[in-house]
Design a protein around this ligand. Structure first.
Ligand SMILES: *Cc1c(COP(=O)(O)O)cnc(C)c1O
Length: 497
């Protein structure tokens, strides 16, 4: 199996090269040259396995240049007992008949990014052994909050890697504490004087600086990227869509071959794109329902074929979906246009130069055949958390609530009664203020994140996730703050070069 680029079809690389490089040289994203297809028997066999076994079988279809031992090492390392608080890793629970929740937040940082970022370090180090003579991998991350922590947890103490996270001043107090108490001998965290865009721009500059790269090379080190356009972050996400289907089979809720709908709260379009790959591979899926918050650029796109980032940006209670440029959509455009790299290039140029593009009729019709889009604002999000809790005694976070609301709107309007799976992307305790307001009272919201978690626990009786509770007693290890101009020095100092 080889990979090509969305912007240049003459590119042909192995999975290991795609994962080590992160992004193709001309700026395109790596995509599989063919999407592997699976049979009913394959799904039946998958259903008899645990999560690690399922992951290994799916990954082996895409990472054909990895040996069986290497795949074993990767999936065992990522998903072994104790890493995730649920023994199923990603359990599927029923909200009501025909409506199921796929909980993707039982990992060490309590958000769905762990599903991929626990595996990526293993995929990356294994890939680098094949393609880069075992060079030491240096991961630089600019984060607006969740990705930084998930990358730190994923890479901590993984041999031959270093991870350094820069975060802007305006992350939440809990997110800051999560990062600054990070354990591990190969990690570092540093605040920057500036916002997320400043952090991101400076990290890109360091990443591409010839001088810094030379210095790294002289010390047998190289940069790589952990952001969500890396194929190594996408491929682990395909696994849990197969896994949830197998769980529904085993629970007797569907029969082999029955179709399901999948609903995903979406930001950068990575999670829902993984569901698209699963569908293309032959997982019986009718519709993929793309849920957005007030930043509803994707809802408009799915309804009209017009993508327009030139619009107001809203800061919402589901901040991980506050995105106007959904990078992974580029991969979908490539596949749906019949792998037309010129078409993808012209869309991306339009986006860069004019802030918008429109897809042609054939692509638009394909999108309509597979996707539904919907959105809701903060008021409806909080209302949904309260309603779901009252009706089903189920506590969900703000991102999940967006998906729940969009699903019920869709079901009401369309009359579609296909069983559905709603991806739940974060623990409600990660977003205590909004959740507390939704199920308790606005008076309970205060400055102290730990007090709010306690109050939420008192009201709902739901256990506080151990990794979040533990932060309170952990020492702060990192308190460095730098100007943007000092970031390169911070990197070199951390690496001791
Ligand atoms: C990152 C994230 C999302 C969005 O996922 P994408 O793959 O970027 O679409 C949704 N919810 C939470 C909690 C997240 O952290």
């Amino acid at each position: 199996m080889f990979y090509t680029s969305t912007r240049d079809k003459s590119v042909k690389v192995t999975a290991a090269q795609a994962i080590t490089n992160g992004i193709s040289a001309e700026g395109g994203l790596y995509v599989p040259c063919e999407i592997p297809e699976v049979s009913r028997d394959f799904i039946r066999e998958l259903a008899a396995l645990d999560y690690i076994g399922r992951a290994k079988k799916i990954l082996s279809l895409y990472l054909t240049d990895f040996s069986e031992e290497e795949l074993d090492y990767c999936v065992q390392g990522a998903y072994k007992a104790g890493k995730f608080s649920a023994k199923e890793v990603a359990p599927t629970v029923e909200l009501e008949k025909g409506v199921n929740i796929l909980e993707l937040w039982h990992g060490p940082t309590c958000a769905f990014k762990d599903m991929a970022l626990q595996l990526l370090p293993y995929l990356l180090t294994t890939s680098a052994k094949k393609t880069a003579d075992g060079k030491q991998i240096v991961i630089l991350v600019a984060t607006s909050g969740d990705t930084g922590k998930a990358a730190l947890e994923g890479f901590k103490d993984v041999e031959n890697t270093n991870v350094l996270v820069f975060y802007p001043n305006d992350v939440s107090a809990m997110q800051k504490l999560q990062m600054c108490t990070q354990e591990g001998k190969n990690v570092a965290v540093c605040a920057i004087k500036g916002n997320f865009d400043d952090a991101q721009t400076s990290v890109k500059e360091i990443f591409t600086s010839a001088q810094v790269k030379e210095k790294l090379a002289a010390n047998n080190m190289m940069f790589s990227s952990a952001n969500s356009i890396n194929w190594g972050r996408l491929v682990p996400q395909i696994v849990y869509y197969f896994s949830t289907y197998c769980d529904l089979l085993n629970q007797g809720k569907i029969a082999l071959g029955d179709k399901i709908n999948i609903v995903v709260p979406t930001g950068n379009f990575g999670n829902i794109l993984a569901a698209y790959y699963a569908r293309e591979m032959g997982l019986p899926v009718k519709k993929l329902i793309c849920a957005s918050n007030a930043n509803n650029v994707l809802t408009e796109f799915i309804e009209s074929g017009f993508y327009n980032k030139d619009r107001d940006f809203y800061t919402t209670v589901s901040p991980s979906m506050d995105i106007l440029v959904s990078s992974n959509l580029e991969r979908l455009l490539f596949h749906l246009s019949g792998e037309n790299d010129d078409f993808v290039k012209s869309c991306m140029e339009g986006l860069f130069e004019d802030g918008h593009y429109t897809v042609d009729k054939s692509v638009y019709e394909k999108i309509r055949g597979i996707f539904e889009g919907g959105c809701c604002d903060d008021a409806a999000t909080k209302q949904t958390i309260g309603d779901v809790y009252k009706r089903f005694s189920y506590l969900c976070d703000t991102h999940t609530a967006v998906a729940v609301e969009v699903y019920y709107n869709y079901a009401r309007k369309s009359g579609d009664t296909t069983p559905c799976v709603i991806a739940s992307t974060a623990s409600p305790y990660k977003f205590s203020p909004a959740v507390l307001e939704a199920v308790g009272s606005a008076d309970a919201v205060c400055e102290d994140g730990f007090v709010m978690m306690e109050r939420l626990h008192e009201i709902t009786g739901e256990p506080i996730p151990a990794p979040l509770a533990a932060i309170q007693s952990k020492p702060v290890r990192f308190n460095q703050v730098t100007e943007r101009s000092g970031m390169t020095d911070v990197v070199l100092h951390m690496l001791g070069i």
